[in-house]
Design a protein around this ligand. Structure first.
Ligand code: KDG
Ligand code: MG
Length: 401
């Protein structure tokens, strides 16, 4: 069996998605997600110009060898563009292998370790009434665990509480500018969790994403202040490329910590895992080089009783999400899966076997990862230039977003 084609489809059914399709001489196809929010076309070029020509003629069954060839063979290691491109190849090859075996991917990863995959959803609100309404909506949809993000008094636009994107007079998009004040945030967030607990009770698992905005000292204070509200986790409390900074946070709080959605190799987690500085590893299949390296990370994390929580926002396509759900079902140290859901247009472009029911996901029993891409429909949603927001302090200084 040989690879005869590797082509890239870019579609924007509500937001941009980049999908790789690999085809074999037997006519079997596999899909991989290569979406890198705000930098999509860099990965498209990496795949079309540099990777696709190398794949033609290779045996699609040699997944590990192809992964090593793309990772080591580029000489230039790591980074989100490279690892998103490699991830798309890895997942497309797993899709092909599982289709040829006539098995859903999770069966090739060791089979099911559970019946269904627990999820959490997002609740957002500018103020408490809006937030409570959003929590109720998620509960009505079946979610059993909920991430809480709110506005902060005095700040106009904050992460998770969406604003309108900005456009230059000639129509080119600009990053939305949010504003930030760490002191106001640190004062406000514990009062939000106090209010949510008194409205929704002690038992509802609650999460919060600090989105890389705090120093280790500030994160330690927030973790301590949130202890009375028994969070499921506090996410990305610091920009954690400074892995050693988590020692300070960890030594001051028992609030569980989750980190890793911007990481793309196991090396980014080395100190965090070896010293058990976090409780959940949060990398995405799509940004971490695929199912093969993510499974290795999860096995490494399991040795320190660390659980998994694959990144699953709206900007991971249903292809990346499907691969994640197969992995979630198979591994032993699964923690929780983020699932933000998709627009109706996205659901039409990407037909998927995975299901969301009563707050739980299941990958389905279709051979492969269980996703088909409708090319004709995809062509009706061309690429739309778009950026992630940026963040500035009151004096104009750029802050982490
Ligand atoms: O593209 C950026 C998003 O993926 C990110 O902001 C989402 O933090 C996020 C999350 O936890 O889902
Ligand atoms: Mg996050």
């Amino acid at each position: 069996m040989k690879i005869v084609d590797a082509s890239v489809v870019v579609a924007s059914p509500g937001r941009n998605f980049v999908t790789l399709r690999i085809t074999t001489d037997d006519g079997v196809t596999g899909l991989g997600d290569a979406t890198l929010n705000g930098r999509e076309l860099a990965v498209v070029s990496y795949l079309r110009d540099h990777v696709a020509p190398l794949l033609i003629g290779l045996d699609p069954h040699r997944i590990e060898d192809t992964w090593q060839l793309l990772y080591r063979g580029a000489y230039w290691r790591r980074g989100p563009v490279t690892m998103a491109a490699i991830a798309a190849v890895d997942v497309a090859l797993w899709d092909i292998k599982a289709k040829v075996a006539n098995l859903p991917l999770y069966q090739l990863l060791g089979g099911a370790s559970r019946e269904r995959v627990r999820t959490y959803g997002h609740a957002n609100g500018r103020d408490l009434p809006e937030l409570f309404e959003s929590v109720r909506e998620r509960l009505d949809q079946g979610y059993k665990s909920i991430r809480i993000q709110t506005g902060v008094p005095g700040l106009k636009r904050v992460y998770g509480v969406h604003g309108e994107p900005e456009v230059t007079p000639d129509g080119h998009p600009r990053p939305l500018v949010e504003d930030w004040d760490t002191a106001a945030y640190l004062r406000h967030i514990p009062t939000v969790f106090e209010a949510v607990r008194s409205e929704f009770g002690a038992e509802l698992p609650l999460l919060h994403d600090a989105h890389h905005r705090l120093s280790p000292q500030q994160a330690a204070r927030l973790g301590k202040d949130l202890e009375p509200y028994d969070l499921f986790w506090l996410e990305d409390c610091t920009p954690a490329e400074n892995q050693e900074g988590l020692r300070l946070v960890r030594s001051h709080t028992t609030t569980p910590l989750a980190i890793g959605e911007v990481f793309n190799t196991i090396h980014d987690f080395r100190t965090l895992v070896n010293e058990q500085l976090i409780d959940y590893v949060r990398a995405a299949v799509t940004h971490f080089g695929g199912v093969s390296p993510l499974k290795k990370l999860f096995d490494f994390a399991a040795q320190q009783q660390i659980k998994t929580a694959i990144h699953g926002p709206e900007d991971i396509s249903p292809v990346g999400m499907a691969a994640a759900i197969h992995l979630d079902l198979a591994i032993h140290n699964f923690g929780i899966q983020e699932y933000a859901g998709y627009t109706a247009a996205t659901e039409e472009v990407f037909r998927h076997a995975f299901t969301f029911d009563d707050g739980y996901l299941h990958p389905g029993e279709a051979p492969g990862i269980g996703v088909e891409l409708d090319d004709e429909l995809a062509a009706a949603y061309p690429y739309v230039p778009a950026y992630l927001p940026v963040n500035r302090l009151a004096d104009g200084t750029v802050h982490d977003w």
